[in-house]
Every structure is written in C-alpha cells, then in structure tokens.
Design a protein around this ligand. Structure first.
Ligand code: DCT
Ligand code: MG
Length: 474
C-alpha cells in the first residue's frame, strides 16, 4: 500500500457492483487504500453518476453525520488519480457539493477533466500544436511496434492522439494536468523535450540498427513485421542487400513493391488523388451509372498527402453491383494503367456476426492496386521530377466494395484515422456494451444489430456527438 493516509470508499449506488469491484481492484493494484465499508478510516468518498441532491440524501439516510473532514468526490477525481498513479490534489471541480452544479456530476465517467480518454469524444483537426512531442511519440511507438512491445506501443499512440487534439501547445508540466493517457514514461519524454528541446530516448531509437532496418524494410509494399524481422536476422541492413540475395523468395506484392519503390514510397498529393478519383469514378460508372464512389482514408479527413488513395464503391441495388470490381479491374488493365492488383473476394457472412474480436481486416470484396497515373492528368503537377524522367507516377490505390446495407459502417471504418477507429470500438465495447466493426454495430444487451444508413446514425446509436471526418485526425 503506497498511499495509506487516504482511505477511499466507492459508492456502489448507480456505479454498479461489478464496476465498483473493478475500480477497487484497479486502485488497490496501484497502491491505494480502498475501504469496503464507510468508517472513520475513510477520507475520500467517491460516487459516479449520482446527482448531488440524491447523493447527499442517500448519505444522510445512512446516518453518517456531517462527515467532517471527508471529501465527497465525483469519479473524475478517482480516474485522474488512477491516471497519475497517486491521489491527485482535490479541486473544487471534483467535489460534489450539496448544491453543486448537476451538469458537472452528469459529466460522463470516461471524461477526465475536459479531455476524454477516447479519441471519438475529441475533435482532432490537422492543426497540431504539439508536433514537437507527437513526432517524438510516433517514433517511440513505432519502435515499440518493431520490438513487439504492444502495451508501450499503444500507450504512445494514445498519448500522441491526445496531444494532437489539444487547442494549444504544451509549454510546461502544469499544462498536462487533467489530460488522460499520459503515464509516467510518457511524462518523462515530455519533460526531456521541455527541458532540452529533444528526447534522448528518441535519439537512441533513431540511431538503433534494428529500428533503422525495420523502418526501411517495412517501407516496401508487401513487407510487414514478420518479413522485416526475417531479413534483419539474416543480417541485411539495406534494400540493395535484400534485392541482391538470390535465395529470397519475394511475394508478388513485394516484387511490385520493389519495382515501383521510388514512386510509391513518395507521398501521394491531393491533386494526384483527385486525378486517380476521376479515373476510378469514370471506370465504375461505365458499368453501373448510379454506383457510389467515395474517397475515404486520409484524404477524406482533409489531408494534403497520403501513402495511398482509398475508395469505397457501392451500388444502390445489390444485383447490379455483382462483378463490378472485376469489371473495373479488367477495364483498367485494358487501358494499360494497372501496374499491380490483388483482388480479395468477399468473405462476408451475415450469419457469422457479431465477431468476437476486432478484425484486423474486414470481409468486403476489395482490391489492392497500383495504378499508373499519367502526369498530364494531374492539375498541379509538382515540379519534382520522378526517377528516369518518365511521364507517369505509380500510385497505391485501395478499392473496397461493401454491400449498400453496410456502407455507412464501411465508410466510418475506412475513414480512419486508425486511432480514431480503435477508440470508437473501445468506446462501443466498454461504455456501451456494443460491438462495432467495419460491417455492423451489435448491441450485446439487446442482442440486436443496429442498422445505419449514414455515419450520423452510428454516432447516434453510440450516444456520441457527431465528429466530422476532418475532426478524426486522431
Ligand atoms: N482500415 C481498416 N482496415 C484495414 C486497413 C485500414 O479499417 N485493414 C482503415 C483505417 C484507416 C483507413 O482504413 C485507411 O487506411 P490507410 O490508408 O492505411 O490510412 P490513412 O489514414 O488513409 O493514411 P494515409 O494517408 O497514409 O493513406
Ligand atoms: Mg490511405
């Protein structure tokens, strides 16, 4: 027990016994003293979702007297303390006064201070005031991904996302007060940067052999962590070494990845994405005039650059859409602009839903492609000359074809960002007892699927304020 002097009592009323048990265990694990009963040993009473009037009436009915010296607090004090790993100083905003503002008490439990721990309850535009920290965090989280340290990787991704959502820059340690997802190891990096303008931990990573090799290898289309690991273990450190080794068997995807490496390792601009959009749009409409073609991914969130262009294609009448992806691919092939493609057939089975785990990949019919984009078709072709002075650029394109009934879910899922999606699912799971994926939303309490025609319907089912796509850059 680390914090003996403070005795916490959690009020079960409205909180529920299982949540109370969960929070009790959590706090005890972190060294807090949690009492099972109200007694003189209690210094902090914590309630959740209780209105002040109801709560005080309930306390008085327990004949506890005026509770002198005892703090009666909202759950926000508790969650902030858990986050900080120690009891935080009680502020007025934590107290549930007899005539406290009920709006405060109503504040959702997952909200810490004014910033929610869930990205889907924050508005994150592309304006990032905290680049200096988030750039560092992104390098560290990627390094943790490379060394398969999942927990640390996630912690840094969450912290990155919280700082990206802030309306101003962090200038001092005090600015961090009340912010969620900033544990000790993250605070240590922030402290380093605040003190000396950089983090020594980041510098170590940037000069680390394994990090450099993994970064390089995974920049090749078709190379994931497993392959990078294999190549690294075999002693390779450059792409030239890998390519020169005649014993390595490359997948079709990796062969294309090497062949078009110079083009597809460079960012795709918005003008290039628009030009690709025109091609996809025209081609789809040759076959189904009323088909819907929508750009998703980073470009839908307003980004100026991306690593690929993501499209959703759907047809109002399911029968008309049959074979549409094959038709489009054949047409692009016929036009001589399809450099690579890999069609993944739908493995979508309504009867198998809801899935028990978050799928890494959805079940829609899709195609990962590389399209040859003629530079003349790009509105503002950059001055930048591509290798070999050729008049085209290879562009990575994803085409996804969901049935119209799943379109809203697919759109929400493919619009990203990845952290926004993760938190949407986490929120649905922990706060709503629902399962959300790219296909559907399932209410576990009611044991029913909740249908949606638009993204707004999905946010409404989840009880969330609608977040516009350009506010999802978490
Ligand atoms: N997505 C998904 N399932 C996958 C892959 C992606 O649900 N198996 C979602 C998450 C983000 C979105 O689709 C688009 O993916 P990316 O193109 O990788 O991300 P992006 O945000 O578009 O980033 P970039 O601008 O680099 O393309
Ligand atoms: Mg993308």
């Amino acid at each position: 027990m680390k914090f003996r002097e403070k005795g916490i009592f959690l009020i079960e009323r409205k909180m529920g016994s299982s949540r109370r048990q969960f929070l009790t265990n959590l706090a005890r694990k972190k060294g807090f003293r949690v009492e099972d009963m109200i007694s003189d040993a209690v210094t902090h009473i914590v309630a959740e979702k209780n209105s002040p009037d109801e709560l005080w009436k309930w306390l008085h009915n327990k004949d506890l007297g005026d509770l002198p010296g005892v703090e009666v607090l909202d759950i926000t004090w508790f969650t902030e303390s858990m986050e900080a790993g120690k009891p935080v100083t009680v502020e007025d905003r934590h107290r549930i006064g007899v005539s406290a503002n009920p709006v405060h008490v109503k504040s959702v439990p997952q909200t810490i201070g004014t910033v929610s721990q869930y990205a889907c309850q924050r508005r994150t535009t592309l304006k990032n005031y905290n680049n200096i920290f988030t750039d560092a965090f992104e390098i560290l989280s990627q390094n943790y991904e490379f060394i398969e340290s999942e927990g640390c990787c996630l912690a840094f991704m969450r912290a990155t996302s919280v700082l990206k959502s802030l309306p101003r820059a962090i200038h001092s340690f005090q600015d961090l007060e009340g912010l969620p997802c900033l544990g000790d190891q993250i605070k240590a990096v922030i402290e380093d940067i605040l003190e000396c303008g950089h983090s020594s931990k980041v510098q170590d990573v940037l000069s680390d052999d394994r990090y450099k090799a993994f970064k390089l290898f995974t920049s090749v289309f078709g190379v994931g962590l497993k392959t990078a690991e294999k190549w690294y273990r075999r002693g390779f450190r450059s792409l030239e070494e890998v390519k020169a080794d005649s014993t390595i068997h490359f997948t079709k995807m990796q062969k294309a990845g090497f062949l078009y490496y110079d083009d597809i390792s460079r960012a795709v601009s918005r003008d290039e994405a628009n030009a690709i959009g025109q091609i996809v749009d025209d081609t789809v409409h040759l076959f189904v005039p009323d088909a819907l073609v929508v750009v998703t991914g980073g470009f839908r969130r307003g980004k100026e650059f991306g690593h690929d262009v993501d499209f959703l294609i759907t047809t109002p009448e399911t029968e008309k859409g049959e074979g549409i992806l094959y038709n489009v691919i054949n047409e692009l092939k016929h036009q001589g602009i399809l450099l690579y493609y890999d069609i993944v057939d739908a493995t979508f089975d309504k009867t198998k839903l809801p899935s028990k785990r978050f799928e890494a990949m959805d079940h829609f019919e899709k195609c990962f492609a590389i399209i040859k984009l003629n530079k003349k078709l790009v509105k503002c072709d950059g001055q930048e000359e591509s290798a070999g002075g050729k008049d085209w650029k290879a562009i990575r394109v994803d085409l996804v074809v969901p049935p119209v009934d799943n379109f809203a879910f697919a759109l929400l899922g493919w619009s990203g960002s990845r952290q926004f999606e993760r938190d949407l699912r986490r929120y649905a799971h922990y706060e709503k007892k629902m399962i959300l994926d790219n296909h559907a939303l399932y209410d576990k309490t009611k044991k029913t699927f909740l249908s949606a025609k638009t993204e707004k319907d999905i946010f409404a089912h989840l009880g969330l304020d609608f977040i516009e796509p350009w506010e999802r850059n978490a």
